[in-house]
Design a protein around this ligand. Structure first.
Ligand SMILES: *Cc1c(COP(=O)(O)O)cnc(C)c1O
Length: 454
């Protein structure tokens, strides 16, 4: 068995290696080299009989795998709304690992139970959502959407006198689900897993910005779940909540909002973009994107706290807890203390720090768009948020520029298809990204456009 002193040395070495990794971020290629990726086969050891020394395990990981990581924790990663990790959140994560709490309920962890309650309250304050809503800290927006939509279904059925827990779905009154034509794939996944067939979804047409067009909204009633979006993945735009939600609510529908990244605009100076979202019934958002917390940190927020608590309840004879214990608000039973780094991020930023971080990204995105436009790029969206959708003169040139930028190792961003043609998507969401990083990105893209112009 390992000795205590070995554990101290080992964890100190892990921290030292982690710090060296962070120090190396500005110099390392944002996407790893072919050579580093090929080196990963060194980790494919036979599963040994005796095991290997823990410090060798650590050395293998750092020496072999660190060079093959994507520098998504750096300042020049512009793909997929992947935020970095704020120092306070990263430090909290280290303490959480030492605690090793099973953060399911008060009985398993009074400390985490208290911290996650506070974090939940702060999240509601930061996002300006009803203060008595339930906040479940789940693994992802995907999982949290699943939790919220299961609460939605159970509640709509209960209003018709149907006992979903007892009788399930067979023979139940039918629920219609209306989604935007630009609904995120993970909302569809949650619906699919819940048994709402894809062929039965009613699709609401969107305008050229990817927002539901209120004039073309399908009819809604008290057996409808309407899924809206705060932050379209390409354009960063918002559905027109002020015109959609009041009429949906008047019809008796349940309104769910996927705000994986965009909901954080509520905490910015651009909050008016998201006006009316507070009228919905449930919301999902991520910590691990725009809030810059570590992965596996997301929130299921439900105005009717009891609805989420009933849908997610997992009390057993040997494990009862308050109805708002985290194990009764999320899919997980045993769970890591994922609300703690979120608490730490919000504690360290404060309202002003949070506003500044989001404001900065929005300002940087609009500056970047302006530079690219001036250099002859087509900027395809209005750049209301942190997303910049870009095309060069031809589809071939758009792709060539993206591949060359990726190969440069200086930046990374990904492709998308917008209105049936290739484009690339620049997303600004890391607290580390400085104005100088934005100039570097713009300079690089402008140079590549000149090089690839015939
Ligand atoms: C990323 C994203 C999701 C899914 O979030 P995960 O936390 O990765 O599950 C859902 N909707 C939108 C708009 C997103 O950007």
């Amino acid at each position: 068995m390992p000795q205590q002193s070995d554990e101290r040395l080992l964890l100190a070495e892990a921290d030292q290696r982690a710090l060296n990794y962070l120090d190396s971020l500005p110099q390392r290629p944002v996407f790893p080299s072919h050579q580093a990726i090929a080196g990963l086969k060194t980790l494919d050891l036979p599963f040994s009989e005796q095991g290997i020394a823990a410090n060798q395990v650590l050395a293998l990981l750092d020496d072999i795998a660190s060079p093959a990581t994507v520098s998504s924790n750096s300042s020049r990663y512009f793909g997929f709304v992947i935020g970095a990790t704020l120092p306070a959140a990263a430090a909290a994560e280290r303490i959480v690992l030492a605690w090793d709490q099973c953060a399911s309920s008060f009985d398993n962890s009074p400390a985490v139970d208290a911290i996650e309650r506070i974090a939940g309250r702060w999240v509601l304050e930061a996002l300006g959502l009803a203060s008595n809503s339930a906040v479940g800290f789940g693994t992802s927006a995907t999982a949290c959407t699943l939790a919220c939509l299961s609460a939605a279904r159970r509640s709509l059925l209960a209003r018709k006198g149907w006992d979903f827990d007892g009788d399930g779905l067979i023979g139940a009154p039918e629920i219609r689900v209306v989604v935007s034509a630009s609904v995120h794939i993970t909302v569809k996944k949650a619906l699919r897993v819940l048994g709402f067939g894809m062929n039965r979804l009613v699709v609401a047409p969107v305008d050229e910005h990817g927002r539901i067009d209120p004039l073309q909204l399908p009819a809604l009633d008290d057996m409808t779940i309407l899924c809206l979006q705060a932050g379209e993945v390409n354009t960063g735009e918002f559905d027109p909540f002020c015109s959609l939600i009041p009429s949906a609510k008047a019809a008796g529908a349940w309104v769910h909002v996927d705000g994986a990244f965009g909901l954080w605009a509520r905490a910015s100076s651009a909050a008016e973009l998201v006006d009316g979202v507070e009228l919905a019934d449930s919301w999902t958002t991520d910590g691990h994107k725009w809030l810059n917390t570590p992965y596996d940190g997301a929130m299921a927020i439900c105005r009717d706290a009891d609805a989420l608590a009933a849908a997610m309840n997992s009390d057993a004879a040997y494990a009862t807890a308050s109805k708002d214990a985290q194990k009764n608000l999320t899919l997980e039973f045993s769970r890591r203390a994922r609300g703690v780094p979120i608490w730490a991020a919000l504690a360290s930023l404060g309202r002003e720090g949070l506003r500044q971080m989001i404001d900065n990204h929005i300002r940087q995105a609009s500056h970047l768009a302006e530079r690219l436009r001036t250099a002859g790029y087509q900027v395809l969206n209005r750049v209301v948020l942190n997303q910049v959708l870009v095309r060069a003169d031809t589809d071939q040139q758009t792709t060539a520029i993206r591949l060359a930028a990726q190969a440069s190792g200086q930046v990374w961003f990904g492709p998308t298809i917008w209105q049936e043609r290739p484009a690339f998507r620049l997303s600004i969401s890391s607290w580390r990204t400085t104005d100088a990083d934005i100039e570097l990105l713009a300079d690089l893209l402008i140079a590549l456009k000149q090089q690839t112009s015939s």
